[in-house]
Design a protein around this ligand. Structure first.
Ligand code: NAG
Length: 318
């Protein structure tokens, strides 16, 4: 019943005297002015939105790292001397290019691994790094048993730049060597890549990869760490789980770029299972001592020593 009476305040208002006095032409002019004003406001609003978002993003990325190098340290198993060498090498590299290191401690994740092999620590560590650096765009996970040997190469120019990545991406090749029937997409564009990896002669390499922060990363890290995979006892733990996931889930495969092994994952001469042209050569970005921690006849510390000395000498003379 609230509409039964007209609103009180209108009772004595003059009934539109002004507007009825306006000439037709005047009304047309007013209408044109109103439309023009509205159009101008719209343009102004759109422009302000555009500038707001672009300066907003710039404000976030200024002073925050664009790329974070993720390392998992097992401080119980490895000597402090060894760990300090690895830290020093990575800090030197990060400093040169404005990157940031995230040194994760394996002991922080052990309870969440549920007795799965320790190599699974990579997954919670990358997640942890992303949570700690929410504005960083790229995360480079590099196994601890590896050194940056050519620190002058930035990851941007060496790999991440669009045309550079486009020239390196291996299209329509088996995702798991030597002859998986599942192949990398042939029409993948560098701007659609969220994960960059290499393969050795046996597997997709979970010891060196670059992943972009975002929905894709959250999804991949979640399914990779699924208890089903961790408890499955794959012979090569997280590496075989990854081989499986990438081959069975086109959603994951669709944003994966494979690049030649030596770009981010050159194997030392003592490492078994380097892919074709996967062994370290002078000038390569990194050297990895793949398998030095699982083969009881090898010693990571001894194998790394000559390369560490070489790096140390070169970085001093630069
Ligand atoms: C790992 O442990 C070291 C030494 O205890 C500590 O300084 C560092 O902050 C820890 N890293 C993380 C990511 O919590």
């Amino acid at each position: 019943m609230q509409f039964a009476l007209p609103p009180r305040r209108n009772l004595n208002a003059p009934p539109y005297i002004r507007s009825s006095r306006l000439s037709l032409q005047r009304r047309k002019q007013l209408k044109a002015v109103a439309i023009l004003g509205f159009a101008l406001l719209t343009v102004f609003f759109l422009l302000s939105q555009f500038f707001y978002t672009s300066t907003g993003t710039a404000a976030v990325s200024a002073g925050t790292p664009s790329l974070v190098i993720v390392t998992v340290l097992d401080r119980v198993r490895w000597s402090d001397t060894y760990i300090q060498k690895i830290i020093k090498n990575r800090e030197d590299y990060a400093k040169r290019h404005g990157y940031t290191n995230f040194f994760a401690n394996l002991s922080d994740y052990e309870s969440s691994l549920d007795n799965a092999p320790k190599s699974w620590g990579v997954v919670p560590a990358v997640r942890h790094a992303m949570a700690s650096h929410p504005h960083a765009t790229h995360f480079f996970y590099l196994d601890v048993h590896a050194l940056f040997m050519n620190p002058s190469k930035s990851l941007d120019s060496h790999l991440l730049g669009k045309s550079r990545l486009d020239s390196l991406m291996l299209k329509d090749v088996p995702v798991v060597p030597p002859d998986s029937i599942i192949k990398t997409f042939s029409h993948l564009k560098p701007q659609d890549v969220d994960l960059i990896m290499t393969t050795d002669s046996e597997d997709l390499s979970s010891g060196s990869f670059i992943i972009k922060q975002g929905d894709y990363a959250q999804f991949l890290l979640d399914i990779w760490f699924d208890p089903l995979y961790r408890k499955y006892n794959f012979a090569k733990a997280e590496a075989h789980a990854l081989d499986h996931i990438v081959q069975w889930h086109p959603t994951i495969l669709a944003r994966l770029a494979l690049v030649p092994q030596r770009i981010i994952n050159a194997y030392s001469k003592d490492s078994s299972s380097a892919g074709v042209d996967g062994n370290y050569k002078d000038g390569d970005l990194v050297i990895r001592f793949f398998g030095c921690d699982t083969d009881t006849k090898r010693s990571c510390e001894k194998e790394m020593d000559p390369y560490y000395r070489l790096w140390s000498k070169n970085s001093k003379t630069e």
